[in-house]
Write a protein that binds this ligand. Structure first.
Ligand code: APR
Length: 235
């Protein structure tokens, strides 16, 4: 039974209406990345950062933001494939979970969670961030921060991810530009460990040449096609 590790990036959620990071208008709206996606930016202007992530969290609740066929195909693969399927996502949206995927590792955090800046305890995000949304784990209580990995911070669950990569027979990268490490380095590790490696993207990523196979097109088509092929092939 082949063990499969899948890495997803913003491109898999593009057809669900969520902007990718390196589109023309970019996800950062008119904010420089430093202002809204670094610990220094949060330190300098916590209210601006809270509002930025409150807006992205509220957007997830828009009726027209829903899992697309690519998310659904990955959930089907996890449900029907005999071997283990582990989904490592750089995305902070909850579309994989809403499509039914269960083994999901959010290495860059989640919009649907909040974190105590002192104890690092993680809470479900049930209300917009404000100065008064505070932790319940410390005295005095501290304002909760977004459970998002900012530039300069360590990605989450790296040991578990490396362990899954070490045991995988097939590594599939979907909808990522391969411009941010450590995720962009996973293909090299998978190749070294003897796994088959496939890139599905709209256009060649910055690490495209390291994949044994590449397929270009929209994720809602390429992912559905590949999942059907995997489920049809002998397990
Ligand atoms: N189908 C498939 N791929 C797509 C689609 C689509 N419909 N639309 C866009 N793409 C591809 C783009 O060609 C691009 O290569 O998705 C990729 C998105 O790349 P980025 O915008 O760089 O997003 P990502 O790779 O996820 O960024 C990685 O960078 O900014 C940080 O923490 C942030 O997690 C993010 C990380």
């Amino acid at each position: 039974m082949a063990n499969i590790v899948i890495l997803t990036g913003a491109g898999i959620s593009a057809e669900s209406g969520l902007k990718t990071f390196r589109d023309q208008d970019g996800l950062w709206e008119n904010h420089p990345i430093e202002a809204v996606a670094t610990p220094e930016g949060y330190q300098a202007n916590p209210q601006l950062v809270r509002e930025f992530y409150n807006a992205r969290w509220k957007q997830l609740k828009d009726a027209d933001v829903a899992p697309n066929a690519a998310h659904q195909a990955l959930a089907r693969l996890e449900a029907e494939h005999q071997g283990r399927v582990t989904l490592v996502t750089q995305n902070v949206d909850d579309l994989h979970e809403r499509a039914g995927s269960r083994r999901v590792i959010h290495m860059h955090g989640q919009l649907t969670k909040a974190r105590c800046p002192v104890s690092q305890q993680v809470f479900p995000k049930t209300e917009p961030f404000s100065e008064s949304t505070v932790c319940t784990c410390c005295i005095p209580h501290y304002p909760l921060r977004p459970h998002i990995v900012w530039f300069g911070e360590m990605p989450l669950q790296m040991e578990r991810i490396e362990n899954e990569l070490a045991q995988c027979d097939l590594f599939i990268s979907i909808g990522t530009s391969g411009s941010v490490y450590p995720a962009a380095g996973f293909v090299e590790l998978a190749n070294q460990l003897g796994a088959q490696t496939i890139e599905l993207n709209l256009e060649p990523s910055q690490v495209a040449s390291q994949f044994q196979q590449t397929r270009y097109g929209r994720a809602s088509e390429t992912v559905v096609e590949l999942v059907e092929q995997i489920l049809k092939s002998p397990q």
